[in-house]
Design a protein around this ligand. Structure first.
Ligand code: GAL
Length: 980
């Protein structure tokens, strides 16, 4: 095994410290994160002094002298990024380095921030050793205390410490830190995110008494066969460990085996303990669990687990990666409340306090090293640092800083070498070191298809068909038979899937079905948790969120940085609501004949917990209104178990002429740490009666020609030339006319590396955003007004023949639409339906159908059939980059009303997608940021017979075949009923 110390960097060039490939110099060896000790600590965050230089050229370190006059400098909040505090600007790139690729050199244009902080050492600060701790600095820091240089370091999201005791003085002390935005370390930190230089995690002085803990390693295993936990704590220096709840008191290095309750993400049982050495007392929180890869499966405490995960970057819309404890807790509460049980810390170790919260609240964590060299892919991975031994000390330093810091967290079940670095000997050296240091955790890395260094087969964005082949262990073989046999025996995880950029991701349910079908598929991590949109305001104070290019970057990747399940302000997007439903850990299925279930099958999909924490309310609803409610008695099923639970008899007095449903829910029976009693975990709806037969439609009015080139039919007035409806129930309307256009979503636009999935560009090429309408005939046929049109884009022979058949019963108007595509359509259609404009004062919507949130064909699991009401403004989903949004699925009827209750009711046959907004699809398409959308004086409705699915093509696979909207003949009808 190659050790960390053995690697002496080969210095070929005389380059400054920030450009040499070393990880740094002068730092203390890394050790475990051990908060809460009884040794004195002095947090050094606060308002610092700051000066920004455009280059790193200055050798002048006079600013580090305590007496230096910094009164003309700016103020800067630390922890923080200077580019988010008015100095310079953030920059976003996905894979491309924002500087010439010439490792390890960086450009002269290297923004450099000099920081100074004067602090008073408390009068009672003990003498002796003290560690000056930096939790994270991007990307290279050189450090002085009271004018004496301590050293420098790279490795932005990793801790670094210097011995500072002998430099401390009573009273005033001055810390000086020079931070370079670019360094050799930047080549190892090409993660897809904002480049945000600065001292962004805590800075602290830690007294290190004689005999203080330099490092401690908690080994707490659980044997599921015996129910016993085995504890051994290694400590330098040695000491004693007490676990009062277990009656344990033992020397470090000694092990004890006792009956325990194990730690799992579902049952995060922690035991408070204390480590005492001659110089320090340190609290420990111990979770007993054992992680193994065995029989081709990833198991914890003897059972395979299913990861319902997300990739989490640290992000705050105002403070970037300087996230406070409140943000970490908020993230985890939101995850737990949305049934998420796993986090991949993409793509660097998070603030360690986050992992402590994962221990406490219960999440499986894949802890990933701060390492990505993706930009080298653009040159065929030539000069890739992970395959160049000069960089190996830096790589090992990163592995070591992560493992040493985070090794005591029960939540961490795998180490990840990094992300998207290709392959190389440096990665193997890291893996070998990690295995030796911590054999208790499997290794993860996605970038090597051969899995040479890993214990799980990990992929990103594999499509459903491939995941299925992998699930069956029948995937394409690797060229090397030995590697192939080994990989085929490994468990499978999708470390990234379901790209949550903009509207979407689609296809989640189908992935989940595969994970539940094939034991080898142990789930995955949606990409990603949160949109990294940076909070901005327009000149008139309207808040919006910026993305790549908004700060004048030379190279950038636009809104690819906004691809999360949360909007930047941590408001759940429809994607998160959908994911919560798809991964719900309890399933309800109807038992019995269609439309008359006598029972519901309840399945516990958890891996460890029974159902005793849950209660099961039901309601019987007719036309979306509850008629009766109660609670089901569900036995406390064990993980994996199902039971058929009898439903009560349908209430005798329930109305018979409406659509009847059972809604069954699983809710927390009592308060949990992460949600209150009553919090909903899972739900199901079961049709309670066959669907009522639609009331027959009897036309009774006939079209009448008016004097002024109009035609009247019941409550409708039409233009006699175009056949277009112009008034309805006395109010002006525009349309309805056939509409197939939607403002392409990010997933419609697709990624350049998914050429087959790029619907948006194809739709524009065909011209779906500039359709022309021609009226071919307006005729009275008996009771009906029949309008024949052809709708087509310029420059092609593609088009649609449309027959509109209008009838009326005197009070309402019914429109039957028959659409026949003409020509050979080369792409699916965005949508198929009609668009119409109504008075802007029709601002309130009530509907019976899917809701309350938006849903598209492949994002509809969370749409619950019911009666919903929302203002038009609240029907909009504010994607950071505006795009198609807000459709409600399965709508039986919708009513738009004015404050006085008048308005319009629209019934659909069959059920339809309802969309209402105060701007047109064209305006939505043209908008780049949310403030570009300005309400006009109309409410624009799209009443769609069908929508194309959403998919995940912004990075991964597109829309599954069954959700593609192919151009094909279609017929559908709407009834428009003025409400007076
Ligand atoms: C992956 C990468 C992520 C992110 C994602 C797309 O390739 O690991 O960091 O870039 O694609 O958003």
């Amino acid at each position: 095994m190659v050790t960390y110390e053995e690697h002496v960097p080969l210095s070929e060039e005389d380059v400054p410290y920030y450009e040499d490939v070393t990880p740094g110099s002068g730092c203390l060896p890394p050790g475990a994160w051990l908060p809460g000790s009884d040794a004195a600590r002095l947090p050094l965050g606060g308002t610092w002094r700051f000066r920004l230089s455009p280059t790193a050229a200055s050798e002048d370190a006079s600013f580090a002298r305590p007496e230096y006059d910094d009164s003309a400098w700016e103020e800067l909040r630390v922890p923080g990024h200077w580019v988010l505090q008015g100095h310079g600007a953030p920059a976003y790139t996905n894979t491309g380095y924002p500087f010439p690729v010439d490792p390890p050199r960086v450009p002269d244009e290297n923004p450099t921030g000099d920081h100074r902080y004067a602090f008073d050492l408390p009068a009672d600060w003990p003498a002796g050793s003290a560690a000056l701790h930096f939790g994270g600095v991007e990307s290279c820091a050189r450090v002085w205390l009271n004018g004496s240089e301590l050293g420098h370091f790279k490795g932005s999201r990793l801790p670094h410490e210097f011995e500072a005791g002998s430099l401390l003085r009573p009273g005033r002390n001055v810390l000086a830190v020079r931070v370079h935005q670019w360094s050799s370390g930047s080549y190892l930190e090409d993660q897809d995110q904002w480049w945000l230089p600065g001292v962004f995690r805590e800075v602290e002085l830690r007294h290190r008494p004689e005999g203080a803990v330099r490092d401690a390693f908690v080994h707490a295993e659980y044997d599921h066969r015996t129910g016993q936990g085995t504890l051994r704590v290694d400590s330098d220096p040695a000491g004693r460990v007490t676990v009062p709840e277990l009656g344990l008191e033992l020397a470090t290095g000694e092990s004890a085996t006792v009956p325990v309750e194990p730690w799992t993400a579902e049952t995060p049982r922690l035991y408070d303990a204390e480590l005492a050495t001659s110089g320090e007392r340190v609290p420990l929180r111990i979770g007993f669990r054992t992680v193994v890869v065995e029989d081709g499966l990833l198991k914890v405490n003897g059972r395979p687990i299913l990861l319902r995960g997300v990739n989490r970057h640290e992000f705050d819309p105002a403070h970037g990666r300087a996230v406070g404890a409140d943000v970490m807790r908020r993230d985890l509460l939101l995850m737990k409340q949305h049934n998420i049980n796993a986090v991949r810390t993409s793509h660097y170790p998070p603030d360690p306090a986050f992992l402590a919260l994962c221990d406490e609240l219960g999440l499986w964590v894949v802890d990933e090293c701060d390492l990505e060299t993706h930009g080298f892919a653009q040159q065929g991975w030539r000069a890739n640092p992970v395959d160049d031994e000069r960089w190996t000390p830096a790589l090992l330093d990163r592995a070591r800083r992560m493992v040493e810091r985070d090794k005591n967290h029960p939540s961490v079940i795998m180490w990840s070498l990094g992300n998207e670095c290709g392959t190389g000997r440096g990665l193997s050296t890291m893996a070998a070191w990690m295995r030796e240091r911590d054999p208790s955790r499997p290794l993860h890395y996605e970038g090597d298809p051969g899995c040479a260094d890993t214990d799980v087969y990990s992929r990103m964005y594999a499509d459903h068909a491939e995941v299925e082949r992998i699930g069956r262990r029948t995937e394409e073989p690797l060229p090397d038979g030995t590697l192939d046999a080994r990989r085929r025996g490994l468990p499978f995880v999708l470390c990234e899937y379901a790209h949550a950029m903009g509207n979407g991701p689609g296809g989640l349910s189908e992935y989940q079905r595969l994970f539940e079908t094939y034991e080898r598929c142990q789930g995955g991590f949606v990409w990603e948790w949160i949109d990294h949109g940076l909070r901005q305001y327009t000149a008139d104070g309207v808040r919006y969120h910026a993305y790549g290019g908004d700060f004048g970057e030379e190279v950038h990747d636009g809104n690819f940085v906004c691809d999360g399940l949360l909007f930047p302000e941590r408001v759940p997007s429809p994607g998160l609501i959908e994911y919560k439903k798809v991964i719900e850990p309890v399933r309800f299925e109807a038992v019995g004949p269609d439309g008359a279930p006598g029972a519901v099958r309840v399945t516990n999909l958890q891996d460890f917990a029974d159902l005793s924490a849950l209660a099961f309310p039901w309601s019987y609803e007719v036309e979306g209104l509850p008629v009766a409610e109660g609670t089901l008695a569900v036995p406390p099923l064990l993980p994996g178990e199902s039971a058929e639970v009898k439903l009560p008899a349908p209430p005798e007095d329930a109305p018979r002429d409406g659509e009847a449903l059972w809604t069954v829910r699983a809710v927390l029976a009592e308060d949990a740490v992460w949600a209150e009693a009553g919090h909903e975990i899972a739900w199901g709806q079961l049709p309670a009666a066959p669907l009522p037969v639609p009331r027959p439609w009897t036309p009774s009015a006939a079209p009448r020609r008016g004097t002024d080139r109009t035609l009247t039919l019941g409550p409708g007035v039409f233009d006699a030339t175009t056949g277009v409806l112009s008034r309805l129930g006395g109010s002006p309307v525009t349309g309805p006319r056939l509409d197939v256009w939607r403002a392409p979503t990010d997933n419609d636009e697709g990624a350049p590396w998914q050429p087959g999935q790029r619907c948006g560009p194809e739709w524009r090429r065909i011209g779906l955003h500039r359709m022309r309408h021609r009226t071919d005939a307006v005729t009275a046929e008996g009771d009906a007004l029949v309008v024949r049109t052809r709708v087509a884009p310029a420059a092609t022979s593609l088009g649609f023949a449309v027959v509109h058949r209008w009838t009326s019963d005197g009070a309402a108007l019914r429109l039957e639409v028959a659409v026949t595509p003409q020509g050979d359509w080369p792409a699916p259609l965005p949508r198929l339906g009609v668009r119409m404009g109504l008075d802007g004062d029709l601002g309130a919507v009530r509907w019976f159908g899917g809701g309350p949130g938006e849903a598209y064909p492949d994002t509809s699991a969370a749409a619950r059939v019911g009666r919903w009401s929302l203002p038009v403004d609240a029907l909009q989903t504010p994607y950071v980059r505006p795009q198609e949004n807000g459709a409600r699925i399965g709508v039986r009827w919708a009513e738009l009303t004015r404050p006085d209750g008048t308005g319009l009711r629209i019934e659909g046959e069959p059920h339809y997608f309802f969309t209402a907004r105060r701007w047109t699809s064209e305006e939505l398409d043209a908008a780049r940021h949310t403030p570009d959308l300005v309400a006009g004086d109309r409410v624009w409705l799209n009443l769609d017979h069908a929508q194309h699915g959403i998919g995940s093509g912004s990075c991964g696979p597109g829309v599954l075949p069954k959700y593609r909207l192919e151009a094909a003949p279609a017929a559908f009808a709407f009834t428009f009923r003025p409400l007076e």
